[in-house]
Ligand binder design. Structure first.
Ligand SMILES: *[C@@H]1O[C@H](CO)[C@@H](O)[C@H](O)[C@H]1NC(C)=O
Ligand SMILES: *[C@@H]1O[C@H](CO)[C@@H](O)[C@H](O)[C@H]1NC(C)=O
Ligand SMILES: *[C@@H]1O[C@H](CO)[C@@H](O)[C@H](O)[C@H]1NC(C)=O
Length: 619
């Protein structure tokens, strides 16, 4: 076992160093960039230690990323620019719901002065976002392709939606974001001032092979490397045993380094980290809810039909005849699974036997409990192509919320569990529909990796649940448009697993409220009607004599509307932020609510495995 691990480590070391030396993901051109600085930052007194993942108990950081999957892409520059902007939007919004995850994909396809997956420059990314609007990842998901290897800029790359049996299209309207001011900076003090006063920054570094193999602690390069080949985001600073360090967000997934971050010595320009940094402030587009209104020209733009990049999963079985046959047998993305191993595990007193109904407040919402937002990211199950994975979305998102609650919102970054891995392992179903109980059962037996292990490709793979379908990483160079790059990928096995200790089913408004209040968001079935599809906001209701469950959503709270004297549920959907109330919905409680109270599931999050006693049963 030891030997194998060593061999793998040596192989990875070699692979990494090749990638670093051959193709830096950070390319700085001589082109002058005109920065925009309205007012210079004044110096203030700085605390000894300051990291944006815990400022007086509040985590201001957005999701962790892995730029290397589903195939290698040298997008570090786009990742550094977008993650620092997303973090700064979260800071400006005082970490209130919702987190906004700005799309690096738009920069890869549309920032023509950079070279997409073949490299670029964070400052140039800021410049793009100053001159153009950008979208969130529910409009433009990460494809790890850019304009130099098959995925050119078009209206549909910037925002997309897909329905079953139809061509994908550009939504009528969607939220936009952009950069206000941006500039360059360097030097320890200027960096600390900027980070402390305004938020994370993007910096170029010399990523050495030793840094690629980093596993934790305070890194110090002794080779004297000065070749800047990588962009990262610096999110804080501190000191330990007299050693000063920077806290750095990388984009190599959460199983690398310290949960995806690293610390590096501060004050000596080690790995050139203090020599070439950039900052940007977000324009406030969220207070007024600024939206792009799509024109007919944009909808009909011929570039929307052009996607020359090869899929990493060429044989897409969602178009196979067996899929089409299956399609006719069910209504939507909710399909009851009858071959579950256990069905339920209950080791504890149920919330509804413990919480008195009369003790419950009139309003309760996990997006704002005592000022803290525990909701993980809002997702879009329908891009890059249509996939009926609602059952995997509702269960993984409510479970991710529960991990945020368990950690009092102080996870290194917000938890995002991986719905594509759930589809890959058919853990309850596929893109043709499924059952959230299967997801909870998988979490109980095996644990679920986070979203940096596999990218959501919205497809049923033809191979099922190989090690690479659960967690993988890839090395460079970025494949050409007509290559899938999979020969450079391998399975990652040291990923963190998110387990559950209990999972169970229930129904009825009283039990739902008790469970949500005591333990967190839940997943429930619903009859997604045409009217619900076209919901734009407000308290939804629809009378239907025989609602049939065809969709799964997550319920994260409830409220009471004084004006109409109506109690309602607060619902998270997985249809992107352009649907409903930023991807969410309020729906009437007790009646005319499409059967939302009839079939709910939940699970208790756990960082350790509880299923040992069922081992023999699994085999
Ligand atoms: C700091 O000192 C503590 C206690 O001796 C030790 O456990 C820790 O590893 C040290 N940290 C570093 C970065 O050397
Ligand atoms: C950004 O979007 C807003 C709202 O649609 C629009 O008014 C503005 O002109 C856009 N800005 C750029 C730079 O495209
Ligand atoms: C919110 O505050 C109330 C009152 O101080 C407290 O009882 C409750 O535990 C808090 N909830 C959370 C999730 O921290």
């Amino acid at each position: 076992m030891r030997k194998i691990t060593l061999a793998v480590a040596l192989f990875l070391g070699l692979a990494y160093s090749e990638a670093v030396i051959d193709k830096p993901c950070r390319i700085k051109h001589d082109r002058p960039i005109k920065t925009v600085e309205k007012k210079r930052l004044q110096s203030v007194n700085l605390p000894e230690t300051f990291v944006w993942n815990n400022v007086n108990g509040v985590n201001y950081l957005t999701n962790m990323k892995n730029q290397h999957i589903p195939q290698y892409c040298g997008s570090c520059w786009a990742q550094a620019a977008t993650s620092s902007l997303s973090d700064r939007i979260k800071i400006a919004r005082k970490a209130q719901w919702p987190d906004v995850n700005i799309s690096p994909q738009v920069l890869l396809s549309c920032s023509s002065s950079d070279e997409g997956c073949n490299g670029g420059y964070a400052l140039s990314g800021y410049e793009y976002m100053h001159n153009n609007n950008i979208t969130d990842e529910t409009c433009s998901d990460y494809r790890a392709r850019g304009h130099t290897n098959g995925l050119d800029c078009s209206p549909i790359v910037q925002c997309k939606d897909c329905h079953p049996h139809e061509k994908c299209f550009v939504p009528d309207e969607y939220y936009v974001y952009r950069v206000d001011e941006f500039g360059e900076l360097k030097g320890e003090d200027a960096m600390m001032q900027e980070i402390y006063q305004r938020g994370p920054i993007a910096c170029g570094i010399a990523a050495t092979p030793e840094l690629h193999n980093y596993q934790g602690g305070i890194f110090e390069d002794k080779t004297g490397s000065t070749d800047i080949n990588h962009d990262i985001s610096v999110v804080g600073y501190g000191a330990e045993n007299g050693t000063k360090y920077w806290v750095v967000r990388n984009s190599w997934g959460s199983s690398w380094g310290e949960n995806g971050f690293f610390r590096v010595v501060r004050g000596t320009n080690n790995i050139m980290i203090e020599s070439d940094c950039a900052w940007a402030t977000p324009a406030d587009t969220w207070t007024s809810g600024e939206k792009h209104i799509t024109s007919q020209e944009e909808k009909n733009d011929p570039r929307n039909n052009k996607d020359n990049s090869v899929s990493p999963y060429p044989q897409d079985s969602t178009t196979s005849s067996s899929f089409l046959k299956e399609q006719t047998h069910h209504l939507g993305c909710s399909v009851k699974k009858t071959d579950l191993l256990l069905g339920e595990v209950k080791n504890r007193i149920m919330a509804w036997d413990e919480v008195k109904h009369s003790d419950l407040p009139a309003n309760f919402d996990w997006r704002n409990v005592n000022g803290t937002n525990y909701a993980s990211w809002t997702f879009n199950q329908h891009i890059p192509v249509y996939c009926g994975s609602c059952w995997a979305q509702a269960s993984t998102s409510s479970l991710a919320d529960r991990f945020n609650i368990l950690m009092k919102d102080l996870n290194p970054t917000p938890i995002a569990l991986n719905p594509q891995m759930i589809v890959n392992c058919r853990a309850g179903g596929s893109c043709n529909g499924g059952d959230p109980v299967g997801v909870y059962e998988y979490a109980y037996l095996h644990g679920i990796p986070d979203s940096t292990c596999v990218v959501y490709v919205a497809k049923n793979l033809d191979h099922k649940c190989t090690d690479m379908d659960i967690c993988k990483d890839c090395k460079g160079p970025a494949p050409d448009a007509d290559k899938d790059g999979q020969e450079n990928c391998w399975a990652v096995t040291n990923y963190k697993r998110y387990y559950v200790s209990d999972y169970y089913s229930f129904s009825g408004a009283e039990k739902m409220k008790a469970e949500i209040y005591k333990n967190g968001p839940i997943s429930c079935g619903i009859d997604a009607t045409d009217k619900m599809h076209s919901y734009l906001g407000g308290i939804f209701s629809e009378a239907k004599s025989f609602p049939e469950i065809n969709h799964i959503i997550s319920v994260a709270g409830w409220g009471y509307d004084e004006a109409t004297k109506t109690e309602y549920w607060i619902v998270r959907n997985s249809w992107g932020t352009y649907w409903g109330e930023k991807g969410w919905m309020r729906i009437k409680m007790h009646s005319d609510n499409l059967a939302i109270e009839t079939d709910c599931n939940a699970a208790i999050p756990s960082y350790t495995k509880h299923s040992a006693s069922h081992q023999s049963f699994i085999q």
